[in-house]
Design a protein around this ligand. Structure first.
Ligand code: ATP
Ligand code: MG
Length: 279
């Protein structure tokens, strides 16, 4: 039996990424929400956090509800300003929403009166990009995620998994360097969720874009991630960052393999140690 300390645990010390400049850098990035009314206590959602996100990596973030995962993602997206610290993407300080990002949320947020293709093309419209040029790319993306032939279908004619795939295509239409995904598969049934995870991994392998993927699901985090960032309960802190040294493409049967369950057990033990789970 492999002991726990044989896992290559990566300290989230910034020097760890020395050599290759990271795509995203957080230094002391924290968030405190002020009380809504006078006298109401403020809420510290995220403790000051240091983190480097590498170019082309698939980083998964797993943590309990309310630990600041969405807050962290919103700050990276430039949708919310940190209360402290410095956040950069490439060389640029994140000071507001920026164009090189794609975001996928838990709900597909498709417009019901638009076809799958037209929902993907919203991304071009809001960015003032050529619809003509992007139609071909949208069709290609829909094909790649297994929706070839469904471009003319309306959301109510698609399953939940298919709608979420449309949402992924919409997030990728403008070819963002960074894809942020906030529990994108959480609303799906277990079988669809497993399938979309495999398919998305295969897609990502051919695409190699930097992905930050939030989930509550330990197995999903290990299955998809190059690294798994484990967070504690609010105020969120990084409890551990684990390198997942499992070859790709990863197949569903891997989930029963001892090398896989050792990682999931490790994440669970981190949660137990920090009082997130009771064993
Ligand atoms: N806009 C806001 N104003 C005030 N408090 C907020 C705001 N957004 C989040 N919070 C608080 O910050 C904490 C973290 O919220 P966040 O949504 O980031 O958690 P989470 O880890 O994404 O949770 P979940 O897994 O349930 O989605 C919570 O206590 C929440 O109430
Ligand atoms: Mg959330």
């Amino acid at each position: 039996m492999q002991s726990m300390n044989q896992f290559r645990l990566v300290d989230n010390d910034p020097v760890e990424a020395a050599g290759a400049a990271p795509l995203v850098r957080l230094r002391g990035v924290g968030k405190v929400f002020p009380g809504r009314r006078r006298g109401q206590a403020s809420v510290e959602a995220l403790c000051p956090t240091d983190l480097d996100i590498r170019h082309g990596e698939f980083l998964t973030i797993v943590g309990p509800s309310g630990c600041g995962k969405s807050t962290l993602l919103s700050m990276i997206a430039g949708l919310m300003a940190p209360s402290s610290g410095e956040l950069t993407i490439g060389d640029a300080l994140v000071e507001g929403p920026h164009p090189g990002l794609g975001i996928v949320f838990q709900k597909d947020l498709l417009l019901p009166w638009r076809t799958a293709l037209d929902n993907v093309l919203i991304q071009a419209e809001v960015r003032g990009l050529s619809r003509k040029v992007h139609t071909a790319r949208a069709m290609k993306l829909l094909e790649l995620v297994g929706l070839g032939g469904f471009e003319g279908f309306y959301p109510h004619e698609l399953s939940g998994g298919m709608r979420q795939r449309v949402g992924i295509c919409r997030a990728l239409l403008h070819d963002p360097s960074l894809l942020l995904m906030d529990e994108p598969f959480a609303a799906l049934d277990a079988i669809t969720r497993d399938q979309i995870a495999v398919d998305f991994q295969n897609f990502w392998q051919s695409d190699k874009r930097t992905v930050v993927f939030i989930t509550h699901n330990i197995a999903e985090a290990v299955f998809l991630g190059d690294r798994v960032l484990v967070m504690t309960a609010r105020p969120g802190q990084i409890a551990d960052v684990i390198d997942i040294d499992l070859p790709r493409p990863r197949r569903l049967t891997l989930r029963e393999a001892p090398e896989f369950t050792r990682y999931t057990a490790h994440v669970r033990d981190v949660f137990i140690k920090h009082g997130v789970l009771r064993g």
